[in-house]
Design a protein around this ligand. Sequence first.
Ligand code: ZN
Length: 244
Amino acid sequence: MADQGDAPDYWDTSQKILVVLAHPDDPEFFCGATTARWVRAGHQVTYCVITCGDKGSKDLSISSDELCAIRQKEQRKAAQVLGVEQVIFLNYPDGYLIPDLKLRKDITRVIRSVRPDIMITCDPQTLFTQFGGLNHPDHRAAGQAALDAVFPAARDHLNFPELLQDEKLEPHIVREVWVSGTLVPDTILDVTDTWEIKITALYEHKSQIGDPEQLAERLHNRRTGDSTPENPRYEEKFRRLKLG
Ligand SMILES: [Zn+2]
């Protein structure tokens, strides 16, 4: 890999990174190439996927429970492709996510257990996406709850005190949060080297992607404006918050 000494994610030591997003397939769509880049650089990545993704089908014969099992299996395979070590599922129903105190507590528990240096989530303020669509309400709820969990709930022991008293989960400060799916990015990673592995990981979400060739074409079309089909360059963008 090229020298990353001046890259915004250049860290001297191996980092623990926690990705908190709403649905199976979100980690790959939002930040799969970044995850692959970080795994290659020696960092440890854990996923926390909040919902089962159990509404994501047009097949009238499939139940939510069946779909949940399929999607979690697909998510584990996609994580494996990228080298993600652990996938935690919170098993909330798809489509109905609300950033309430129960969800905040569940994410706080994950943060205090995994104890990440860096957390990735998505921007709860994105109502209309950069691609001209509507952002999924679960994405907004997941981002809101994850940010509320990181600060101040994970940090301060009097927030959800039962986590410390009953579960022995000490407070934890996440040093940086990288917010994906944002319309106001301030940090851009060149992920050209890992764009193909992102697409390969997305292929594992077979129940979601339809024609894999169309997916590949769509993702190849996301090359930067200053590159060409023969010499493409790809980026993933974040808003980066330094908290600790
Ligand atoms: Zn999603």
